[in-house]
Design a protein around this ligand. Structure first.
Ligand code: NAP
Ligand code: MG
Length: 488
């Protein structure tokens, strides 16, 4: 049923769906690799140039349409995300592997994102200043950047694109979106929502193709700003390219997120939240709980309880409603995770729990709990899969120092019922997102999202009202009457 509707996929350029190409690719279902999800064209640098040209043509009329019409189209996109949530979830699960419930959640949050960003442009985001001259008004103006390049990963194939595209469009920009090669068809379904909501041709352009095509897009001098989510090396490369022409760039990169558990924590609260944070979406989240720091006497009981919970996780095809953890996105990604686990064990980590997995696909990987020491490579290097490591420390000082001893700074959790420890956590943790008695994963769309150190760039944060700051430039406007003061 789905295959007929979604295959072949297509680029969306200048309002036209282009399903044929010089090269074609096949999208794979990681839960059933022998059953292709569908076909799609594979673009190159000329596809990127076509997308940018269409976006250039469309941008000024789109801005001139005014905030009200732009907001109406985003509100209609929200309606369509809700109406099509099941269809989007089905295509997303077939391509990416996470469970239908997880994928449906992305569609529903996409609806909320579109409504929120439509509302932001109705808010007073400009300012009026006092002037030394009688009759003069000094105000700021928010102008769109122009053409925004959006480059996204596969792990949240619906929501991450939408939380970038919606604020870009709301502010009056046009967009060229280079999506991840692992998730082309669900990207087509997302683009179709915006298209069907009434976007004029060329305002949103979707291009399907490899990283090199994304590289050509971000290198195009007609692209005024780029918002990227993905790995550190690719993100830093894009930053260098875009910064070299003084373009604006927003980066969301990796994470290596700690959860500190103190002896006063309520483990009935902490354990399910840590397991969900570590293993949810098969551990393929930038905010996943990778490092569990157990302080003092809590260690034994914590490891015991986490082990039981991890061993009990049901792994399988994300279409099965009884499954909690789907496969890893692709065979190569799965092999990288397996290699990292083997290396950790060779370096002395102990596997204290592993869930059972079906043998129907090479992409299934057992959610695994390790114990070990901070000397393990896995304690410092991001492994994008369902592995988490517990390390014991004796003091609060050691725990906070260890939590911060990382190149990343995206999210950090603390489990405690001691308000002094909460105060210390809030004031000393080096992370863009700090959670108390809550998972490192999950966050609200009206709240700025991003990290520190190598986890993010330095542009205004994604999501929340700060997304509008990234997608606009501030101009200062001085308006004088132009005639002598008639009142003397
Ligand atoms: P990736 O390899 O960096 O890919 C991300 C996107 O960049 C994909 O669309 C990719 O295309 C594209 N790309 C690759 N090379 C490019 C180039 N030279 N120029 C322009 N675009 C290029 O990341 P990934 O492995 O797919 O995703 C996992 C990473 O994303 C992890 O490190 C994770 O922590 C991070 N992540 C961060 C956040 C956050 O908000 N901080 C959220 C989610 C994920 P192809 O798919 O065609 O290679
Ligand atoms: Mg990649």
């Amino acid at each position: 049923m789905q295959l007929v509707e979604i295959s072949p996929g297509a680029h969306l350029i200048g309002g036209e769906w282009i399903s044929a190409g010089k090269a074609m690719g096949t999208s794979i279902n990681p839960a059933r690799p022998t059953e292709p999800v569908g076909e799609h064209p594979v673009g190159d640098a000329s596809t990127a140039a076509d997308g940018v040209s269409a976006a250039c043509d469309a941008q000024k009329p789109w801005r001139a349409l005014g905030y009200k019409r732009r907001a109406e189209i985003l509100e209609q996109a929200a309606v369509l995300f809700e109406e099509r949530a099941d269809e989007l979830a089905m295509i997303g699960t077939l391509e990416e592997g996470k469970t239908l419930a997880e994928m449906r959640g992305e569609a529903m949050l996409s609806a909320e994102t579109c409504r929120y960003q439509a509302a932001i442009i109705k808010m007073p985001t400009e300012r009026v200043y006092p002037s030394a001259k009688p009759g003069e008004t000094i105000r700021t103006l928010r102008a769109p950047l122009g053409v925004v390049g959006v480059v996204t990963p596969w792990n949240f194939p619906i929501l991450i694109p939408v939380w970038k595209i919606a604020p870009a469009l709301a502010a009056g920009n046009s967009v060229v979106w280079k999506t991840a090669s692992n998730t082309p068809l669900v990207s087509v379904a997302v683009a179709r929502v915006f298209h069907d909501a009434g976007l004029p041709p060329g305002v949103l352009n979707l291009i399907l193709g490899p990283g090199s095509m994304g590289g050509a897009m971000v290198a195009d001098p007609r692209v005024d700003g780029v918002t990227f989510t993905g790995s550190v090396p690719v993100g830093f490369g894009i930053r260098d390219t875009v910064s070299a022409r003084n373009g604006r760039v927003q980066l969301e990169l990796g994470g290596h997120n700690p959860a500190i558990v103190f002896d006063d924590a309520d483990l009935d609260v902490a354990v399910p939240l840590i397991v969900a944070g570590a293993m949810g979406s098969t551990g393929q989240k930038c905010t996943a709980t990778r490092r569990i720091i157990a302080v003092g006497s809590v260690y034994n009981e914590l490891v015991d309880r986490l082990s039981h919970a991890v061993s009990a996780l049901s792994v399988g095809d994300g279409l099965d409603p009884d499954v909690a953890i789907g496969p890893i996105v692709a065979p190569r990604a799965r092999a990288e995770v397996a290699e990292a686990l083997a290396k950790a064990v060779a370096q002395g980590a102990e596997v204290v729990a592993a869930a059972s997995i079906p043998d129907t696909s090479e992409c299934f990987f057992a959610p695994t709990l390790l114990t070990g020491s901070p000397q393990l490579d896995i304690w410092t290097e991001e492994v994008f899969g369902p592995i988490s490591t517990v390390v014991r420390v004796d003091t609060d000082d050691e725990a906070f120092a260890m939590a911060n001893n990382t190149d990343f700074g995206l999210s950090a959790s603390v489990f405690t019922t001691d308000l002094w420890r909460v105060d210390r956590a809030v004031n000393t943790l080096e992370a863009g997102i700090i959670k108390i008695n809550a998972s490192t994963t999950g966050s609200e769309l009206q709240v700025p999202f991003g990290g520190e150190k190598q986890s993010s760039g330095h542009a205004p944060r994604e999501r929340g009202d700060t997304a509008h700051d990234f997608h606009t430039r501030t101009r200062s406007v001085y308006i004088n009457p132009g005639t002598p003061n008639p009142y003397g």
